[in-house]
Design a protein around this ligand. Structure first.
Ligand code: UDP
Length: 234
């Protein structure tokens, strides 16, 4: 059995795109869905936050207004959540999508009570649209929601299999941490989550488990204790 009752899983937009780097890779998404289903079947409550990088990043454009560019980014995360939510339903889960702004009939407006109601019904809850504000990211989005929803831990599924002391792409001697403190992440500017999100985790004592999404069964392994990524402690 898992020590966790409620977890928040962050998937980057690129992770959904697989090799293509753009749009969606259905096979990748189905693999994620099947793993999440195993957690839900064990009675673990799972919240999902998805990035938007497979479509758009606010800082991509140097011509248009940053606030507007970020709005496009937030809407990209909503598109991603609608897609992945449908894939989750396809493999047999019940889902709901919450956004911090109205999206008409496409999603429901976020509130803590509403999210708790869906979790109680055994649904996977998608927290789409980030924080709803420009100049933030889905890193800050997931930390904020994890804190508000009193999650036990944030699961950070990445293209890389943990936190390193330097970039393993450029330094072949880069060392992977099994455990590292959030303070050290902050002090050494280790690339885990962005600075705002790191400080929020530190202040509110929200731990992270960082692991590689590409590794077979990594989401299930992470939650069930067979974890070999990096634990970021607080
Ligand atoms: N975004 C935002 N506010 C939020 C969350 C996301 O403005 O609370 C926008 C921002 O433009 C960002 C994009 O949505 O670049 C996609 O989010 P993600 O966190 O994937 O961005 P990344 O960190 O990859 O730039």
């Amino acid at each position: 059995m898992s020590e966790y009752k409620r977890v928040m899983l962050k998937l980057s937009g690129e992770a959904l795109a697989g090799e293509k780097k753009q749009g969606f890779d259905e096979e990748t998404c189905i693999k994620v869905a099947n793993q999440v289903k195993q957690l839900v079947d064990k009675g673990i409550e799972v919240g999902i936050v998805i990035g938007g990088g497979n479509f758009w990043r606010g800082r991509t454009s140097e011509t248009i207004d940053r606030t507007k560019a970020d709005q496009i980014g937030m809407l990209a995360t909503v598109m991603n959540c609608i897609y992945v939510s449908e894939i989750f339903r396809y493999v047999g889960m019940k889902t709901q999508i919450l956004t911090p702004f109205e999206c008409g009939t496409m999603t429901k407006l976020f509130s803590k009570d509403r999210a708790n109601k869906y979790f109680k019904k055994g649904m996977v809850v998608f927290f789409a649209g980030g924080t709803g504000h420009p100049y933030f990211s889905t890193d800050t989005g997931i930390v904020l929601r994890a804190i508000e929803m009193e999650a036990d831990v944030i699961l950070l599924a990445k293209a890389i299999d943990g936190v390193y002391d330097s970039d393993p792409k450029t330094n072949k001697d880069a060392k992977k941490y099994d455990v590292v403190s959030m303070q050290e992440v902050l002090d050494k500017k280790l690339k885990v989550i962005d600075l705002t999100a790191t400080i929020m985790c530190l202040e509110q004592k929200m731990p992270l488990l960082v692991f590689g999404l590409n590794e077979e069964n990594s989401i299930v392994n992470t939650v069930s204790g067979a974890f070999h990524g990096t634990k970021v402690t607080v």
